[in-house]
Design a protein around this ligand. Structure first.
Ligand code: GLA
Length: 716
C-alpha cells in the first residue's frame, strides 16, 4: 500500500520517497516530511519554539510555543496567525478574510483523480488518491487536498478543491495548487528564466531570508519564467545531492513563491498567480486548482529529470503520437515567411520528399488577407491568391509526393484588419472606452466565451475535414494585457485570466477528440507556453524562435531539466542564421536538433548537392534513432553555461545503445585531445564506438571517458 494511516498521520510512499502529513492535536494539518524513503515518523525534526510576536491559536491557551507562524503546514491559510506566504485566502460575505482550516476527514481512493476542465496526470498502475478535507467551521468553507500517488513513477501530484458549503458567496483570492514546507537547512533554488528567443535558462541562487518569486501575469506561462522549479542542497549537481522539483500543469498566469522564514524553514507555494485573480464561489460551488507534479531525488538533478521525463512523456502527453515515432517535418516559415505561392511551396516539398522528409508544414500566411503580420488573423479560410487550388489542392499534391501535410493556426487571435474583427469586434479582449494594447499588431480573442470557442471549433474543424491534414501547429503570439471580458459582470473580472486558459483547454480538448489522428504541436512565439499543461494536449512544443544551433544548446539543455526530449521541437534552419546571424555547418545544426522533435526549416533548394546528401543521411539517421533519442534516458554531461563545450547523451533502457552529442563552440588552437566521461551505461558491456571503430567497456567510458576530439594543431 502506498498510503498508510495511523492516528491521523498519513504516510505516503513511492519507489524512493516518503511523504508524511499529520493532523495534530488541534486539527491543524502539518507537513512533516518529503524526501528519502524512511520507516520513521519524521515529526522529530520539527521543534516548537516560542518566537516573539508570532501568533498563537486560541485553543493553545497560554502555550506560546504553538504558533501557525512557525509550523510546517500542508495548506496554510491567510488570516490565521501565519504571516508567511499562504496557499489560500478568501473574503467572506461579511468582508472578513480569515480562514481557520482544521482537519475534518480523509478518504483513500483507488486510481488517480482527474480534474474537470484541467489537465492532470493520468493512470499509473497501482495509483491511489488520498483526499484530506479541511474545514473552516465558521464559514463552512472546505478545502479538499488531493494527493495522487504514483509509486512506480516516483511521483506525487497535488491539487486542491475549494468548496463553499455556506449559504452566501465567498470570494477566493488565492488558491495555490500546493504548498511544501521544508525543515531548516541550506537550500538553493533553480528557476527557468529567460526572454523571447532564449527560454528556460536555469537560474540557480541561494535562498536567503525573504521571498523569491518566479511568475507570469501574461496570461501564458511565458518565455520569461517557467512554471517548474527545483529546490536543492548547495552541493547538489547532476549526479549527487538532494533535490525537490515541481512542475505545475498550467499554461496561464502562475506564481511560484519561495520563502525562507524567520526561523530558517523554507516554504514554497505554487499555483495560479493570485495577482489578477479572484473567484466568486457561490453557495454549493467548487473551485479546482491546477495540478502540480512533485518529485524528489537524493541522487542529483539527472535522476530528478528522469522522473519528470517519464511521467510527462507517458502520463501527461496523450493521443496517438505520445509514444509513436514523430514525423521528420519541414516547415516553410524561415524559408519563405509570408511570401509564397503553391509552386514555391511545392518546390521545397519536392526536394524534401526526395531527401526522405515525412511531412510538409505550411506556417503562417496561408489564410485571409495575410501578407504580413498586420492583418488576417481570425479569417481561417485559404487565400486563393497564394494557393490557387486551396488547402485541399495543396495537401493532395504534398500527399502525392509521399508526404503528410501540416498546417499552422493561431486560433486565439484576431487582427483588427480582418473579416472576423469587422463582424465581431466584441469578441476581442478590450476594455470598453480604452484603446487596447496591441502585441504584434493583434488582439486576443475572448476565449472565456463559448460562442468564440464554437466559432473556432467549427471553422478549424471544417478545414480539417476538407483537406488531408495530419498536423497542427497551434501558435499564440501575444500576451494578454487587458484582463477583462464583456461576458462577465464586474464582480467576476478577476476570473477572466483563469477562465481564458480554461477556454483554451476546452477548445483543445474538443479538437483532439474530434481529430485523434492529428499531431498537435504547441507554440507561443517559440517557447512562451512550454509547460506540462500544454503537453497534455499537444505532445510537442516549438521550443524557441531562436533556431541557431549554438543558442539552442542552452535552450534545449535548460528545457531538458524538466521536459522530455520528445517534447522539444527542434529544427535545422538556414544560415546565415536569421536570429543571431551566425554560420554553423549543417552537421552541427542537425547534431543539436536531433535531441528534440526533429525537423527542417529552410529552403532545401538553396543547399549545395553535398549539403543535400548530408540532409538525406541526417533524415536516415534520425529515423533510425528517434525512438532511442525520445524514449532513452537523457544525461547532461557538460553545461553550455559553463564553458566552450556542451555534451549530453541518451542511453536506451536496456543500456545496449547510446548516442552522445558533443559540441565545441569555438575551436582551440594547439590543444591536445579532450575526454568526456559518459553516464548511465552498463559497466560490464563492451560498447562499439561507431565513429572510432573501437570497443570499450562501459566502466572505462564512464570512469575514464572517451576521447572526443582529434588533435587540433595550429601553425607556430
Ligand atoms: C511565431 C512562431 C514561429 C512562426 C511565426 C509565424 O513567432 O514561433 O515559428 O510560426 O509565429 O508568424
Amino acid at each position: 500500500m502506498a498510503i498508510k494511516i495511523s492516528n491521523n498521520s498519513f504516510y505516503i510512499e513511492t519507489k524512493n520517497t516518503s511523504y508524511q502529513i499529520k493532523a495534530d492535536k488541534y486539527g491543524i494539518l502539518k507537513h512533516v516530511w518529503y524526501g528519502e524513503k524512511t520507516g520513521c515518523d519524521m515529526d522529530y525534526i520539527n521543534e516548537y519554539p516560542d518566537v516573539g510576536f508570532s501568533g498563537n491559536i486560541y485553543d493553545a491557551g497560554n502555550d506560546r510555543t504553538y504558533s501557525p507562524d512557525t509550523l510546517p503546514q500542508e495548506y496554510p491559510a491567510f488570516g490565521n496567525g501565519d504571516y508567511r506566504i499562504c496557499a489560500v485566502s478568501a473574503v467572506h460575505n461579511d468582508g472578513s478574510c480569515s480562514l481557520d482550516l482544521r482537519f475534518k476527514k480523509y478518504e483513500i481512493k483507488q486510481g488517480k483523480y482527474s480534474i474537470p476542465g484541467l489537465p492532470a496526470v493520468y493512470s499509473g498502475e497501482n495509483a491511489q488518491t488520498l483526499e484530506i478535507t479541511l474545514e473552516d467551521k465558521k464559514s463552512g468553507l472546505e478545502v479538499i487536498l488531493k494527493y495522487g500517488v504514483l509509486p512506480e513513477l516516483d511521483v506525487i501530484t497535488r491539487s486542491a478543491v475549494i468548496r463553499n458549503n455556506s449559504e452566501s458567496p465567498v470570494t477566493i483570492k488565492n488558491a495555490a495548487s500546493f504548498c511544501i514546507d521544508m525543515p531548516k537547512d541550506n537550500y538553493e533554488s533553480i528557476f527557468f528564466t529567460g526572454r523571447h528567443a532564449m527560454e528556460r535558462t536555469p537560474q540557480r541562487q541561494a535562498i536567503l531570508q525573504g521571498i523569491q518569486e518566479s511568475s507570469s501575469v501574461r496570461g501564458t506561462s511565458s518565455h520569461q519564467q517557467n512554471p517548474s522549479f527545483i529546490i536543492c542542497s548547495p552541493d547538489c549537481n547532476e549526479d549527487n545531492g538532494r533535490c525537490f522539483g515541481a512542475a505545475l500543469m498550467y499554461s496561464g498566469s502562475f506564481s511560484t513563491r519561495i520563502e525562507l522564514d524567520h526561523v530558517g524553514q523554507l516554504r514554497a507555494v505554487c499555483g495560479i498567480n493570485p495577482e489578477l485573480f479572484s473567484w466568486q464561489l457561490n453557495s454549493g460551488e467548487e473551485f479546482y486548482t491546477p495540478e502540480a507534479i512533485l518529485a524528489f531525488s537524493a541522487n542529483g538533478l539527472a535522476a530528478l529529470s528522469h522522473i519528470f521525463h517519464t511521467v510527462i512523456r507517458n502520463n501527461v502527453c496523450r493521443g496517438n503520437y505520445k509514444l509513436a515515432q514523430r514525423p521528420v517535418l519541414i516547415n516553410n516559415w524561415e524559408a519563405t515567411y509570408f511570401d509564397f505561392n503553391e509552386e514555391k511551396l511545392l518546390k521545397i516539398a519536392r526536394e524534401a520528399a526526395k531527401l526522405g522528409v515525412d511531412m510538409f508544414v505550411l506556417d503562417d500566411g496561408w489564410f485571409g488577407k495575410r501578407d504580413s503580420d498586420f492583418s488576417g488573423l481570425g479569417d481561417w479560410y485559404a487565400n486563393t491568391n497564394k494557393l490557387e487550388n486551396g488547402l485541399s489542392g495543396l495537401a493532395d499534391k504534398i500527399n502525392a509526393l509521399g508526404m503528410k501535410f501540416g498546417l499552422w493556426f493561431e486560433p486565439e487571435m484576431v487582427s483588427e484588419d480582418s473579416d472576423l474583427y469587422r463582424s465581431h469586434p466584441d469578441w476581442a479582449i478590450v476594455i470598453p472606452g480604452r484603446k487596447p494594447i496591441r502585441g504584434r499588431y493583434q488582439l486576443v480573442l475572448d476565449m472565456t466565451r463559448s460562442d468564440v470557442r464554437d466559432y473556432l471549433f467549427d471553422t478549424i474543424s471544417s478545414i480539417l475535414k476538407n483537406a488531408n491534414i495530419s498536423y497542427i501547429k497551434w501558435d499564440m503570439n501575444r500576451s494578454i494585457t487587458e484582463c477583462y471580458s464583456k461576458a462577465f459582470p464586474k464582480e467576476q473580472q478577476g476570473e477572466v485570466m483563469h477562465r481564458y486558459i480554461l477556454g483554451v483547454y476546452d477548445l483543445y480538448e474538443r479538437l483532439i477528440n474530434e481529430f485523434p489522428k492529428i499531431l498537435f504541436e504547441s507554440c507561443s512565439s517559440g517557447g512562451g507556453r512550454f509547460d506540462p499543461g500544454m503537453l497534455y494536449y499537444a505532445p510537442q512544443a516549438w521550443a524557441s524562435d531562436d533556431s541557431d544551433a549554438i543558442e539552442r544548446l542552452k535552450i534545449q539543455y535548460g528545457t531538458s531539466m524538466v521536459y522530455p526530449i520528445s517534447s522539444i521541437g527542434a529544427h535545422v534552419s538556414e544560415i546565415v542564421n536569421q536570429q543571431v546571424f551566425r554560420n554553423t555547418p549543417i552537421e552541427t545544426r542537425a547534431n543539436v536538433a536531433y535531441f528534440g522533435a526533429f525537423g527542417y526549416e529552410l529552403d532545401l533548394n538553396e543547399l549545395t548537392e553535398l549539403e543535400k546528401q548530408k540532409v538525406k543521411e541526417q533524415v536516415e539517421f534520425i529515423k533510425q534513432y528517434r525512438e532511442l533519442i525520445h524514449k532513452g534516458k537523457f544525461y547532461r554531461l557538460q553545461s553550455p553555461f559553463e564553458n566552450n563545450i556542451t555534451a549530453w547523451m541518451v542511453v536506451s533502457d536496456d543500456k545496449k545503445e547510446a548516442i552522445v552529442g558533443w559540441y565545441k563552440v569555438l575551436n582551440d588552437v594547439n590543444e591536445s585531445f579532450k575526454r568526456i566521461k559518459l553516464k548511465g551505461l552498463n559497466e560490464n558491456l563492451n560498447y562499439y564506438i561507431e565513429q572510432k571503430g573501437e570497443y570499450h567497456y562501459g566502466d572505462e567510458l564512464m570512469n575514464l571517458g572517451m576521447i572526443t576530439s582529434d588533435y587540433a594543431v595550429g601553425d607556430p
